[in-house]
Design a protein around this ligand. Structure first.
Ligand code: COA
Length: 286
């Protein structure tokens, strides 16, 4: 017997448990659990919102929101809810479930703005998100190859990040729990180059390397970026990109294009805007 919409229950679930969500997410997205678990754990119950739709107790649709904090420069920061894991099982698509969950989630959000990355912007435009320019930097490999660091000094990387925050408006603010839980080596496709003065995180695909985070002193950082691109080139990769601006000393061309990044202005909560929190403004978490 076909289910009626009345049989479907949409709500914010403050007690959502990852063990129940993982089978739904891994099925809909076709990726391993390790993509979802670290950020869920790193954010903790107070820093995430889960909107869900259930039929007969089974989850059929979700919208997750992670409450990141981004630097405004100096020691100021603002909350930035990042939308992730927007998913409906194929049998229940096109019934308005995801739109309803996005509306419920939006009611719960506050901060300066909300951000997400998507291939289906039409879906989010309906609740007010709009496309914004996205940066892509093409890197030309130069200099000697440098191999990625299999066991980077986590404390040093964390310190370089903290030191850089004040001068990097737009960067995610993180606390020690994030560094402990959502570690950069959480997937095989995430590589790290690090030395005493700089570090970078890059995502590796079959064809290339994409820098997703780069912090540190300019000369040291340029050396790492060039070395990483040369390493990728020496290993048969042909595409070297960055999603963040890179220092002088890296041969690159930057283009901005309107792509999958979307933003939603939110009411500003003055209480939250001055509190330091945790977060990871990672393009793979939206
Ligand atoms: C995107 C998704 C969550 C939509 O769920 P849903 O419950 O069917 O959503 P709704 O019924 O509320 O709205 C359907 C809308 O999805 C959008 N949409 C979904 N897939 C789309 C596609 N491939 N191209 C364009 N629009 C698409 C449309 O805007 C559609 O709007 P319409 O009702 O005006 O036609 C669902 O298709 C899904 O789980 N897809 C796979 C996972 C995914 O891609 N998630 C988004 C990651 S950013």
């Amino acid at each position: 017997m076909p289910l009626k919409m009345a049989d479907i229950h949409c709500r914010i679930n403050p007690d959502a448990h990852i063990n129940e969500l993982l089978p739904h997410w891994t099925t809909v997205f076709g990726v391993p659990e390790s993509v979802f678990t670290p950020v869920w754990e790193a954010m903790g119950p107070g820093r995430r919102i889960l909107a869900e739709a259930r039929v007969d107790g089974q989850i059929v649709s979700t919208v997750a929101v992670y409450l990141f904090e981004v630097s405004l420069g100096g020691f100021r920061s603002v909350q930035m809810p990042g939308v992730a894991n927007v998913s409906t099982v194929p049998e229940f698509r096109g019934k308005g479930l995801s739109s309803e969950l996005l509306r419920l989630a939006k009611e719960e959000m506050s901060g300066g703005f909300s951000l997400l990355y998507t291939g289906v912007p039409e879906h989010y435009a309906k609740v007010g998100y709009f496309l914004i320019p996205d940066l892509v930097v093409e890197i030309r490999p130069a200099g000697d190859p440098i191999t990625p660091e299999p066991a980077p000094d986590r404390n040093r990387v964390q310190a370089i990040h903290s030191e850089g925050l004040a001068t990097h408006p737009g960067a995610a603010v993180r606390d020690s729990v994030w560094w402990e839980k959502a570690v950069w080596f959480r997937t095989q496709s995430r590589l790290v180059w690090a030395d005493i003065d700089a570090y970078l995180f890059a995502d590796k695909s079959e064809t290339g390397l994409t820098v997703i985070e780069a912090f540190g002193e300019a000369p040291a950082l340029a050396r790492l970026v060039n070395g990483a691109a040369s390493w990728a080139s020496a290993n048969g990769m042909t595409e070297f990109r960055s999603r963040v601006r890179l220092p002088e000393g890296v041969e690159s061309t930057a283009t901005e294009h309107v792509g999958g990044a979307m933003v939603l202005p939110l009411r500003l909560d003055a209480g939250d805007s001055t509190r330091l929190g945790q977060g990871f403004l990672g393009i793979d978490h939206f």
